[in-house]
Design a protein around this ligand. Structure first.
Ligand SMILES: CC(C)(COP(=O)(O)OP(=O)(O)OC[C@H]1O[C@@H](n2cnc3c(N)ncnc32)[C@H](O)[C@@H]1OP(=O)(O)O)[C@@H](O)C(=O)NCCC(=O)NCCS
Ligand SMILES: CC(C)[C@@](O)(CC(=O)O)C(=O)O
Length: 540
């Protein structure tokens, strides 16, 4: 199916742009590339890779993704741009290696934004929108235009802007509910109004971008689809600015599970089998885990589709029903989103072949080096844990193959003493980026506090711990715990994650991972020279 097919929903993923606008979700180029590769595997039609003018890092990320993921026949790669020549030029340059590039130009159209933010008249905005869409069109064929704050824009002015930008060459018109204020009924009215009053609207793909401030993002996106919209903008796990965006997995699974309901809205017979989207749903769970791990934004257990409890049955009546017939309480099959079954098969006596075939079954395709690391770790954990579930193995592989910050700090040893009659004390050994081995001990209010104090003293980079959370990945007392840590340094937030059967060890590694991201940021922001004078021994 081609993207101009009117009977299919185009999935526009903005995890790497709007998703990255979640506080603390900052991703580096390698991390963005890893997510982009996974999004391509998932089958998203458009990957909004970033906002090229925003920073050299974002420019580099868009360019790298354009080059490595934007292959012929693959996903469209998109960069956001304000309605400013420099932004559009930067987007065009960054997208240059992509086989299918798209420039996404946005400009506010609501009176409140015009008056206070842009300080421009409607006539000025109309002229700029038209001119900048035409300018973007001089670089690429595929131009998307978004009238920011469309849901609070006076309808007649919105129609005018849309018809002019289509005439200027826009190929997709995206209608953002920027502040997440719409109800589904209002969304219906907004879309119907546009379809009725913008004479050339049928020439383009109509899209929506729904924010989740009232928890209505998915409902609004689906209401828009019911009213003729053919592209939806969404993010993995629903991350994004403020309360986030519509979650890709929710929209896609709603369309799949309720296919007979949606078919007629796309002009098909109710029972049609033709897919409504291009998404390979079996990749959803893996994509969700990767995004959660790299952004440090954990998924709430009761999150639809990808939450830890989404397929769990707690109460006896439900368990009884599911055992007798799964569909008594399940509207979808966990396997459809690629969720591993919690079968226990491997243990400490398992060898490489069994481990390799297990990884294949779980959908991991590791290179030899990563396989080796994962196997060694598997043996270590299997020594401590009697039974290894698929969940354990997933956690180990994700932990061992996560993108490590090159030349960061390395944790060598963690030792703690604690209990109700002793002062929690941690002794830590680390290797600094320059290869120096440092050992220090600290006391704290608890073992984790003591570990963090000891590490912080050796690392000597000022930061504030703003979040610390432990999640049990697996079941039982010997479960693997995943620790997520967030550090604030000035106005930026850096996250780190790690899993281990010992949560103090996982805490230490998660902290070091966050410190390394901060370290790398400081390195690129200020340069080595400045760093070494501000952080003495650790950096020399
Ligand atoms: C884009 C960015 C590099 C601009 O930085 P900056 O030049 O220092 O400008 P600020 O962010 O302080 O202010 C935004 C300016 O853009 C203008 N602007 C906002 N949206 C615009 C648009 N769609 N088209 C044209 N101008 C726009 C504002 O009016 C303001 O102009 P002013 O400086 O004349 O008042 C910076 O904001 C950034 O890195 N943003 C990345 C993330 C982001 O903002 N994403 C949101 C997407 S809506
Ligand atoms: C670019 C646009 C669709 C935007 O995402 C911009 C923004 O980040 O506010 C929106 O919600 O209006």
């Amino acid at each position: 199916m081609s993207i101009s097919d009117p009977d299919r929903i185009v999935i526009f993923d903005t995890t790497l742009r709007d998703g990255e606008q979640s506080p603390g979700a900052t991703l580096n180029v390698e991390e963005k590339l890893a997510i982009a590769h996974q999004l391509a595997l998932l089958g998203v039609d458009v990957i909004e890779a970033g906002f090229a003018i925003a920073s050299p890092g974002d420019f580099e990320a868009v360019r790298t993704i354009a080059k490595q993921v934007g292959v012929p026949g693959g996903s469209i790669i998109c960069s956001l741009a304000r309605a400013i020549r420099e932004d559009i030029k930067a987007a065009a340059e960054a997208l240059q290696p992509a086989a299918h590039p798209r420039i996404h130009v946005f400009l506010s159209t609501s009176d409140i934004h015009l008056k206070y933010q842009l300080k421009k008249s409607r006539d000025q905005v109309l002229a700029i929108a038209e001119e900048m869409v035409a300018y973007a069109k001089s670089f690429v064929q595929d131009v998307e235009f978004s009238p920011m704050d469309a849901s609070r824009t006076e309808p007649e002015f919105l129609y005018q802007v849309l018809s002019k930008t289509i005439a200027a060459g826009a190929t997709t018109i995206n209608v953002p509910d920027t502040v997440g204020i719409c109800t589904p009924k209002e969304m219906e009215k907004l879309i119907q109004g546009i379809r009725k009053n913008v004479p050339n609207i049928e020439q383009v793909i109509l899209s929506v971008h729904t924010q989740n401030d009232l928890g209505l993002a998915t409902a609004n996106a689906l209401a828009a689809i019911e009213n003729g919209v053919r592209q939806v903008e969404c993010t993995i796990n629903g991350i994004g600015e403020r309360a986030g965006n519509a979650a890709l997995e929710e929209i896609v699974m709603a369309l799949q599970v309720r296919k007979p309901y949606y078919n007629p809205y796309l002009g098909r017979p109710t029972e049609s089998d033709v897919p409504l989207v291009n998404i390979k749903t079996q990749e959803i769970y893996k994509t969700s885990c990767l995004v959660s791990q790299l952004t440090g934004i954990t998924v709430q257990p009761n999150k639809a589709i990808v939450g830890a409890n989404a397929f769990a049955h707690e109460s006896g009546v439900h368990q009884d029903g599911v055992i007798k017939h799964r569909e008594t309480y399940e509207i979808m099959d966990a396997a459809d989103i690629g969720l591993p079954e919690n079968r226990i098969v491997l243990g400490k006596h398992s060898g490489r072949n069994a481990f390799r075939s297990k990884l294949q079954e779980l959908g991991f395709d590791l290179n030899e080096a990563d396989f080796h690391k994962a196997f060694i770790r598997f043996k270590e954990v299997a020594d401590k844990k009697k039974e290894m579930s698929d969940w354990d193995i997933e956690a180990i592989v994700r932990d061992e193959t996560q993108i490590q910050v090159e030349s960061g700090f390395q944790l060598e040893h963690v030792q703690v003493t604690c209990g109700d009659c002793t002062c929690p004390t941690a002794t830590i050994t680390i290797v600094t980026p320059s290869g120096e081995i440092l050992t220090d001990a600290a006391v704290g209010t608890g073992p984790v506090d003591a570990v963090y104090k000891a590490i912080a003293r050796m690392v000597q980079i000022s930061s504030q711990l703003i979040e610390f959370s432990v999640q049990s990945v697996t079941e039982g007392i010997d479960a693997l715990g995943t620790v997520t840590v967030r550090l604030r340094h000035q106005d930026r937030i850096f996250s780190g994650q790690s899993s281990d059967t010992d949560i103090v060890v996982a805490s230490a590694y998660a902290y070091i991972n966050a410190v390394n991201r901060l370290y790398r940021y400081l390195q690129s922001a200020r340069g080595n020279e400045c760093l070494s004078s501000s952080s003495k021994a650790s950096f020399t």
